[in-house]
Write a protein that binds this ligand. Sequence first.
Ligand code: GDG
Length: 753
Amino acid sequence: MTHTLGKQLKQPDIRCIHMAKLIIVSNRLPVKLQEQEGRLDFKPSEGGLATGLGSIYKKKNNLWIGWPGMVVEDETQQQQVIDNLNGQNMHPVFLTEKEIKEFYEGFSNETLWPTFHYFSQYAIYEQQLWETYVEVNQKYCDELVKVAEPDDTIWVHDYQLLLLPSMLREKLPESTIGFFQHIPFPSYEVFRLLPWRKELLEGMLGSDLIGFHTYDDMRHFLSSVNRLVGHGSTHGWINTGNRSLLVDSFPMGIDYEKYEQTAASEEVMKREKMYRNNLHSKKIVLSIDRLDYSKGIPQRLQAFELFLERYPEFHEKVTLVMLVVPSRDAVEKYKELKEEVDELVGRINGKYSHMNWNPIQYFYRSYPLETLSAFYRMADVALVTPMRDGMNLVCKEYVASKLDQTGVLILSEMAGASKELSEALLINPNDINQMVETLHAALTMPEDMQKQHMQHMQESLRRYNIHHWVSMFMDRLSYVKIKQLSMATTYLDEATYQELSNSYEEASTRLFFLEYDGALVDYHNRPLMAAPDEDLLELLQVLSSNSKNRVVVISSREKDNMQRWLGHLNIDLIAEHGVWIKQRGTGWQTMTSLIDDWKSDIRLILDLYVDRTPGSFIEEKEYSLVWHYRRVETGLGELRARELVSHLNFLATNSNLQVLDGQMAVEIKAQEVSKGKATGYWLNMYPHDFVLAIGDDWGDEDIFKAMPREAYTVKIGNSHSVAKYHLDSCEETRKLLSRLVGLKQKKLPKELL
Ligand code: GDG
């Protein structure tokens, strides 16, 4: 059973992580299958992901799994596709018409997409679509299980496959699973509108690493996990009870060199010249997106219309080149959007056009990369104003294509890219006036300023390119795996028990730190029902009656509760997470007063600064000391404060102190109390040749961390922990302690005795 598994985990075979293959999974493959004159043909797809990951999936035996972009029902044809793709390190997942409709167009694009982009008024909630979404995720899982080895690394992409990580985890428990979400993760208030919110989060939590484009997405996700699934997090780490996983942000870059080189090619320069000649316009504003309501296309058109109205001097001098790439045209909202855009373009052109000038050149189709690049090159301004965008690659491609460093990027604050490209002119896409004025500022920006902005952005994008993104994600994934292995605990088996028991016998001073709920007593729905039973009271009494033993029972419960249940025993108590402690034979004390001994040392240092700084003074608060300098000569106070802060920070590194550099004051306070700090007090106060600490939940990790290296640390439940060992239940804790003191517990199940 799980015990042997625990031991296997203890011996990390790092080589496996590197030698095994990488499998990329996304809804679509990086190629599109097409039927031409009865023959099946593959066309490479141009997306950022395809080029970014292209260099990896083609290596060695790596693999990319996804839908080939066409419904293939005939089995012989399917086999042909499989054979053909296998030769190119790809493997297809065939979807039926119904699945495309319900899983892809339906749940993915009509439920998840609008919700995640804060358009929840567009979201539909239909049980049938959800069921197909589950089935199709399972289908991807089944295909993966056919080709994946247990130690492979699987990298799942995007919102169509949110359930896949957990499905995979169930089938391949040891595999390394990364997940990256390319679209935003909305705030909890929006996410919780989804009827299947908990299932979706649980699906994602099967991963080892979950990546988002921005810190905000990550923050929103952690908050939803906390509130809907009940798992907290520390520095991005989530502990699900039996596994730890990491959530982090990885802003995606572009293939910078590719865009730079394409922009420098003969072909592109030729096209640019040709388009310029056709346009009869001095200034060109560029807009490129997939047709999507999240991209803010109508709002952009309205802003352009208002610009023409407000600045007539730009008539015949500026043209908006607007490329809209057809997308999801089977979905109703997209059809409506297409009509709205067509109508707006028609209206604006109808109003302002002249014989040889159209304010908007509108193209509803997709173009080859060379045309796109020529558009980027010739644009004086790129108008990238999505209402919401996970990242947005168009704005990055524009910057990479501006070889002479002229041009201005206007970018929406709501695009993930705005977090990196702070040199762009940032706008709120809902503020039409701001858009109009920013467009004016961009069109009249002096060239040297344009170059300055562009240069900064180029430097950053060149460095944080797509290859950097891939390696950051993969490195972090390997790190998570190694960290998890170091967090795995071993079952405290008979051999370990013998060793522990010998060391107990040999010791002359022993400390026991025992967590009450979860380690000594099972959890009850009503906390006050978890009173100690007769057996437990007897066990604690016998354990503490040995003069070599000092028994500390720890709890987050109130001190009065602990006093009522255990106060009569000759043991020590820690209550309320360590705020209150009771040493045997004495009364309750707050920990904070006990750790105030730092004050006298720090006061000596502050006195020194008072001596050197006329006008400064010390204030003593209950839990802190403050050095004030508001009455000190201007300049001198700030200078001394800087010195003092670095002096104190140096001293605080290995203590529980915190230095706050405040308004005209430097404050030093003890960090909050915790169970770990409270147990540290006993370790400092009492000699110990033998230490045993037993805890059960995430909060008890602090206790384990505070223990000396030679201590026996035991976690109840086989979850990841810094403890060395684990046991399965409270009964096993009691059995362990009873055996140590030679006591037979009456109510224990026979097999445990
Ligand atoms: C999702 C997220 C996130 C566009 N027209 C043509 C063409 N394109 C290329 C662009 C660019 C890509 O399509 C569009 O990428 P975006 O990032 O701008 O937007 P989404 O498609 O919505 O992508 C987004 C992204 O995933 C990656 O994580 O940034 O936030 O929504 O590369 O160049 N390419 C060609 N012809 C066209 O006509 N060849």
